[in-house]
Design a protein around this ligand. Structure first.
Ligand SMILES: [Zn+2]
Length: 273
């Protein structure tokens, strides 16, 4: 992200393809956090299995849950926990831009990046990405603006760009999709003529295959429209391994698979195709 030119030694604990809802810290993760000048985590119950440890660590070390800075009236409710919010805010660039500001504050506060210089340029990129997303996603025919994925990670995306969003599993990845839910989504795909569903890099695609088979049994062909980055980014060092790149990949993939127009290599011509 924007601070990585600043000389800080940054270590991400969860690599590409790792599911943060289920992740448990390893011994070496714990040692890294105990020794760090600053530990950033998402919050909003995303890292459900790490929350207890991180809250305890915050009593002793500089620890900031960056998404907790967002105004509550801009958050969506959690489907399973009435007192929690849907954590997947990074799919709304306006919200994530605010989280970026919270990260810059945390870096300045901990003396990791005393100037916080990279923020304005990064926020300008976030705004440009938001404009591109609005443009290519509005080229998808209105009746096809339905995003079916393995788990419910894309509700902020749906709100930002006017898509109906349906996850086979709920907001967390911990539960299995039931037969009734699969049947309900098959009916939606058939009745609305939706031709693509999307796999996620950090969630099993087994249940999605049941959807495709179910629709085929009713005479409607559905394909995998592509693989989306939901809760994990792409390979380290790649464009898709950044937040800007993962969103570019997602919106470009979604627009093209659902009948819209978008350049194959995305907003900046940098996507691997
Ligand atoms: Zn998720």
């Amino acid at each position: 992200m924007f601070w990585q030119g600043g000389g800080a030694d940054v270590r991400g604990l969860m690599g590409p393809g790792v599911d943060p809802h289920a992740y448990r810290p390893t011994r070496s993760d714990i040692a890294a956090m105990l020794g760090a000048d600053l530990t950033l985590w998402h919050g909003l119950f995303l890292e459900a299995q790490m929350e207890e440890f991180l809250l305890q660590l915050a009593a002793r070390r500089p620890v900031v849950a960056v998404a907790e800075a967002l105004p509550r009236d801009r958050l969506l409710a959690h489907d399973a926990y009435p007192d929690r919010f849907d954590p997947h805010v990074w799919f709304d660039p306006d919200l994530w831009s605010l989280v970026g500001a919270a990260i810059a504050d945390a870096l300045v506060g901990a003396g990791v990046d005393p100037a916080g210089e990279g923020l304005p340029a990064w926020q300008a990129e976030a705004a440009a990405l938001h404009a591109y997303s609005g443009e290519v996603l509005s080229s998808v025919p209105e009746e096809a603006r339905v995003l079916v994925t393995a788990h419910d990670a894309f509700r902020y995306f749906g709100r930002a760009y006017g898509f109906q969003v349906e996850g086979l599993q709920g907001i967390s990845t911990e539960s299995e999709a039931g037969v009734a839910r699969i049947e309900q989504l098959v009916t939606l795909l058939v009745e609305r003529g939706i031709r693509a569903v999307f796999v996620e890099t950090s969630v099993s695609d087994r249940a999605l295959r049941a959807l495709i088979e179910g629709a085929a049994a009713r005479g409607h062909a559905v394909t995998i429209g592509g693989s989306l980055y939901s809760d994990a980014m792409g390979p380290e060092g790649s464009y898709e391994g950044t937040w800007l790149g993962m969103l570019d990949h997602n919106v470009t993939t979604i627009a093209r698979a659902l009948g819209g127009r978008a350049p194959a290599a995305g907003r900046l011509g940098r996507l691997s195709t």
